[in-house]
Design a protein around this ligand. Sequence first.
Ligand SMILES: Cc1ncc(COP(=O)(O)O)c(C=O)c1O
Length: 412
Amino acid sequence: MKIKKKIPLIDQHDEFGFWGEKFGGSFIPETLKKPIEDLTKEFKKLRNDQKFLSKKNFYFKNFIGQPTSFVKLNNLTNHFGGAQIWAKIVSEANGGAHKIYNATVHALICKAMGKKYIVGDTGAGYAGKMLSMAAKKFGLKCKIFMGAKDIKRQKPNCDAIRKNGAEIVPVYSGSQTLVDAVSECMRYWVSNCDNTHMCVGSTVGPNIFVKICGWSTSQISKELKKQIIFEFKKIPKKIKLINCVGGGSSAYGFWSEFIDYNKKQIELIGVEAGGPKKSLLHAAPLSRNAKIGILHGAASYVCQNNEGQIKETESISAGLDYPGVSPLHCFLKDTKRARYTYATDEEALNAYKIIRKFENLNPSLEPCHAFAEAIKIAPRLSKETIIVVNSCGDANKDKNILKKRLGSIYDK
Ligand SMILES: Cc1ncc(COP(=O)(O)O)c(C=O)c1O
């Protein structure tokens, strides 16, 4: 199993849609065969169509507001005294997170396919908020499927979804989180695919959804590469790109331009949700050695019990609270190109406290998992090492949780 050079990882699957022969694929019901085939053909055409690309680039600039900034966190760096800590502030993108790239591209594809309705899943509410923004922008009717537990804990994003005119469909089955929302959204699409387009909110799901999402979010690393070369005049000798991993879209988007580099020069570190310290539950299939299973139409490492049933997950971060993960990351793990670890709820909260103390940054609980790893490794690294954390979400959506767990720090 090897990674090929100079070919985007999203395109390195075999004829059956598998990365490394084991991960991905398209496990779909018969009724979805035709819509998935149509979408696959349409995406193949659009990604090579200059008119579509110009439109996409126009909206990336004028709707999303690229590029997001790349900054050195001086106070944090000085405090820990080791590696330089930098951040790409992807939360500056319109709406406050990276999910806007995938949502915008899906809305444009939906328009190109002549469909008027768009549906999507959400956990942290960002994928839903962004899809509702893109739907409003392009005049589409939008439904967002969201677990009832997440509706309660991510109220600010739910308010935004409704303000944008989209309907939230609460999902009461299972753990009432992202995994159930994706299932319910897919079920709805099966019966409505003639006039409705589905946006999967991460690099998960049947092969084509992994590709579209990866293609859209790779904008982040294209910008970052230019910004790194601008700051350092070259790609430095030792860089560590640290990203949280739920389904894996922000991590793939952050890394895609750097996968071809030697891992001694550019280390890719993915941080999953370790859950509460005292709990046996977590959402870390890669770093806690889950077995391969099928979830949402694709094969990946999945948290499951001995009978192969999907296991309940637990995390303070709704966006990372998902038992599966992108086949792209499974492939990166097995080829040892990326290293995966996890941070507990408590470590993520502690990272939030530290960031708020030293910097003018307000990262949501998802990127706080990545900051937790940065804080752990920075002190023992040399000053020549550059750590870059993807600060991919804004904490406004988490303000109630943060106030409850950390008191008034959120308001300071
Ligand atoms: C801000 C933020 N970061 C990360 C994630 C995790 O998803 P992914 O791994 O697909 O980026 C989410 C998911 O909702 C999110 O809202």
